[in-house]
Design a protein around this ligand. Structure first.
Ligand code: 5AD
Ligand code: FES
Length: 353
């Protein structure tokens, strides 16, 4: 029996490498029956295929957390509307520009503007910020991560020069989506946003949390099938980490091991995908991001937000934000990457298809 499972696992990893596709049942089998040997096997195949496309390069993105004000109330998120103990802030356009200028001086050529769904950032204001960044730093990519907006808004922001947009789908299972979000949020709308972003010409990032409450192997299999069919340019996955001021305060955090396993699987499903070793991964383990890279990730996103604001942008408890993960310490990050045989690259780093 045990040998049956082992040989089936071996078949599936080989198939994944060759065909970049499995059925949902097979994905679920792989997840449910995974063992160390399979994880090692997947990681080495993932690293091999990534090396063919990107060599030993790890791309950097300067992350600017522009506002923690949010109209949404996601059950997992520390900056949700109902968290009355969250001390709110919003950067001014001038402060955002200053962060980018500092990042540019440090060598960064991608800026990610991320924030809650804050109504102050109308299309007009955000377009102005984007155009100013693109005018001042023409060789840099601007990525937005500002949640669900209208199709028109996405189009206008693209016209203003935004190159990429990150919007995690959070879970590809509609019923599971309903358990992570209040009733006023809709799975359909989330998925429609991703399609509209692609139609508007963005490089699009999707993604999900690993070990979020109520998540099963079947749900993760749906996430993997979604990645396989939608083929996002980027895919952000990180462990769920409880935040003490949310309805999910009492749930367990997601595991390092499963996150790394899925990073390898996603690399094999969609070889050119840009795959960050996330801050959440770095938060649950001191060398979490290195382990992510060794599993198949190829992006890190150091923090460029004003130092005093970083703790306030607290999506989950214990978020790291002042050590090597800060953009100011890009040298330390570079040293960490060199130690495991990689090289930190600060260019735009577009997807290679
Ligand atoms: N743990 C881990 N990740 C979280 N995110 C939000 N809250 C948490 C949490 N408690 C992730 C979501 C969101 C991204 C910006 O951060 O997936 O899309
Ligand atoms: Fe809005 Fe988390 S609930 S960013």
């Amino acid at each position: 029996m045990a040998t049956d499972i082992r040989s089936r696992l071996r078949d599936l990893t080989g198939q994944l490498e060759e065909k970049h596709s499995l059925t949902e049942k097979e994905y679920a089998f792989l997840i449910e029956n995974r063992d160390e040997e399979t994880a090692r096997d997947l990681a080495s195949r993932a690293v091999k295929i990534r090396r063919q496309i990107y060599g030993n390069d790890v791309f950097t993105r300067g992350l600017i957390e522009i506002s923690n004000i949010c109209r949404n109330n996601c059950y997992y998120c520390g900056i949700r509307r109902d968290n009355k103990n969250c001390s709110r802030y919003r950067l001014t356009p001038e402060e955002i520009f200053d962060c980018a200028r500092e990042g540019y001086g440090l060598g960064f050529r991608t800026f990610v503007l991320q924030g809650g769904e804050d109504a102050w950032f109308t299309d007009e204001r955000l377009c102005e910020i984007v155009s100013r960044l693109k005018d001042s730093f023409p060789d840099a990519a601007v990525t937005l991560s500002m949640g669900e907006r209208s199709r028109e808004s996405y189009q206008r922001l693209a016209e203003a020069g935004a190159d990429r947009y990150l919007l995690r789908h959070e879970t590809a299972d509609e019923e599971h989506y309903g358990r992570l979000h209040p009733p006023e949020m809709s799975f359909r709308n989330r998925m429609d946003c991703l399609k509209e972003l692609r139609a508007a010409g963005y490089q699009v990032g999707a993604g999900f949390m690993v070990g979020s409450p109520y998540q099963t192997a079947a749900h993760l299999a749906e996430d993997l099938k979604f990645i396989e069919t939608f083929k996002p340019d980027m895919c952000g996955i990180g462990p769920f980490i409880p935040h003490h001021e949310t309805p999910f305060a009492g749930f367990e955090q997601g595991s390092l091991e499963l996150t790394c396993f899925l990073l390898s699987v996603i690399r094999l499903i969609h070889p050119p995908v840009l795959l960050p070793a996330t801050t959440a991964l770095g938060t649950i383990h001191p060398t979490g991001r290195e382990l992510g890279i060794l599993a198949g990730a190829n992006v890190v996103m150091p923090n460029l937000s004003p130092l005093g604001r970083r703790k306030q942008y607290e999506l989950y408890d214990g978020k790291i934000c002042t050590g090597d993960e800060s953009a100011q310490c890009v040298e330390c990050l570079d040293a960490r990457m060199r130690r495991i045989g990689y090289r930190l690259v600060k260019e735009r780093g577009d997807i290679r298809k």
